[in-house]
Ligand binder design. Structure first.
Ligand code: NAP
Ligand code: GLV
Length: 308
C-alpha cells in the first residue's frame, strides 16, 4: 500500500523526506517514480489529466495538495472515488495573514499613499477606526472563518455569506442568493474565499459590483474564474470601485500585456495568498490515510455533488 505524490517535484522531495521520518510504515513515492502502479492506493496531486487515474486500478482516495479541488476536474473522476481537500493549520494561518494585510492596507489607504508618494505629494487622508470599515467575506468555510476571526479582532465590522447561514461570533451571517444583495450593500471591503464551482464561477461580475456601495474594494483570493476581469476594470475605471487586490487569475502566470499588470488600482500577487505548509500538511495526510485504513472519517472530504 503506497501513497503517490504528483505535483511540484521540489516540494515532493520535501514531502517524501518528512513522510518517511513520520510514517516509515507507509510507502511514499514521488512521481514519476511511482513503482508498481497496482500498489498505489492513495494519490496526492494538485491537478491531473482526465485519463491519469486509469493506470492505478487500486486507487482508494484522491487527496489534493491544496484547499481548492477545482483543478482535479471532479466531473472526470470515477463517481465513487473519495476526494479530500487540504485542511491543515499552515494554509489557514497564511490566509489569515494575507487577508488581514489586504484589509488593513485598504482601510489605512496604503495604496493611495503609495500613489501619492510616487507623485511626491504630501496629503493627509482621514484616519478612521477599523469599526468604520465593513468587511464582507464570501465563503465562510475553513479559511473564511479563520480570516473573519482575525479581522474581527482588529475591530472591523464583519459579515459572512455562504450557502448555509454562518454562525460566527461578532460576525453578521447572510445565507444564499436571496440575502446576497443585503450582504453586499453593507460591504466596503469584499473578500472572495469561495470554492470554484458551477454556482460560483463568474460571481464577481458587474451586477455584484453594482450592489456594493460606491468606493468599495474587492479582494479576490478564491480563484481567477470567480472574476469577470472586464467587469472589474469597468467598475474601477468608472469610479464605482476604489481598489482591487487580486491574488488569483484566469491564466497563471498572468499573460504579458493583460490590463491588470499596469492598472494603478489593481494590486497583484502571484497566487501566494496562502500555501500548504509541508510540515503540517504531512501530518494531515498521514492522519487521513490512517483514518481511512481504520474506517474513520477523513478531514476535508469533498462533497462530490456540491463540488467542494
Ligand atoms: P471550504 O471550507 O470548503 O468553504 C467553502 C465555503 O464557501 C463554505 O462556507 C460554503 O458554504 C461556501 N460556498 C460554496 N459554494 C457556495 C455558493 N454557491 N454560495 C454561497 N456560499 C458557497 O473551503 P476553504 O478551505 O475555506 O477554501 C475556500 C477556497 O479558497 C478554496 O476552494 C480555494 O479556491 C481558495 N484558496 C485560495 C488560496 C490562495 O492562495 N489564493 C489558498 C487556499 C485556498 P457552506 O458553509 O454553506 O457549505
Ligand atoms: C491554493 O490556491 C489552494 O487551493 O490551496
Amino acid at each position: 500500500m503506497a501513497i503517490l505524490y504528483k505535483s511540484d517535484p521540489v516540494r515532493g522531495a520535501q514531502w517524501a523526506a518528512l513522510h518517511r521520518e513520520r510514517a516509515p510504515d507507509i510507502d511514499f513515492r514521488v512521481w514519476p517514480d511511482s513503482g508498481d502502479s497496482a500498489g498505489v492506493h492513495y494519490l496526492i496531486a494538485w491537478s491531473i489529466a482526465p485519463d491519469f487515474l486509469a493506470q492505478f486500478p487500486n486507487l482508494e482516495v484522491l487527496f489534493c495538495t491544496g484547499a481548492g479541488v477545482d483543478r482535479l476536474g471532479l466531473a472526470n473522476l470515477p463517481p465513487g472515488l473519495p476526494v479530500v481537500r487540504m485542511v491543515e493549520p499552515g494554509i489557514v494561518e497564511g490566509m489569515g495573514e494575507f487577508v488581514t494585510m489586504a484589509a488593513l492596507s485598504l482601510h489605512r489607504d496604503a495604496y493611495e499613499y503609495a500613489r501619492l508618494q510616487a507623485r511626491g505629494e504630501w496629503k493627509v487622508l482621514p484616519v478612521r477606526p477599523a469599526s468604520a470599515t465593513r468587511v464582507g467575506v464570501l465563503g465562510a468555510g475553513v479559511l473564511g472563518r479563520h480570516v473573519l476571526g482575525r479581522l474581527a479582532a482588529f475591530g472591523f465590522d464583519c459579515a459572512a455569506w455562504s450557502r448555509t447561514r454562518p454562525a460566527i461570533a461578532d460576525v453578521a451571517g447572510f445565507a444564499g442568493r436571496e440575502e446576497l444583495q443585503a450582504f453586499l450593500a453593507r460591504t466596503d471591503v469584499l473578500v472572495c474565499l469561495l470554492p470554484l464551482t458551477a454556482d460560483t464561477r463568474g460571481i464577481l461580475s458587474a451586477s455584484l459590483f453594482a450592489a456594493l456601495p460606491r468606493g468599495a474594494s474587492v479582494v479576490n483570493v478564491g480563484r481567477g474564474d470567480h472574476l469577470v476581469d472586464a467587469d472589474l476594470l469597468a467598475a474601477l475605471d468608472g469610479g464605482h470601485l476604489a481598489e482591487a487586490v487580486i491574488d488569483v487569475m484566469h491564466e497563471e502566470p498572468l499573460p504579458a500585456g493583460h490590463p491588470f499588470w499596469s492598472h494603478p488600482r489593481v494590486h497583484l500577487t502571484p497566487h501566494i495568498a496562502s500555501e500548504t505548509q509541508i510540515p503540517t500538511a504531512v501530518d494531515a495526510l498521514i492522519a487521513n490515510v490512517r483514518a481511512h485504513r481504520d474506517g474513520r472519517p477523513m478531514l476535508g472530504l469533498v462533497d462530490r455533488a456540491k463540488g467542494y
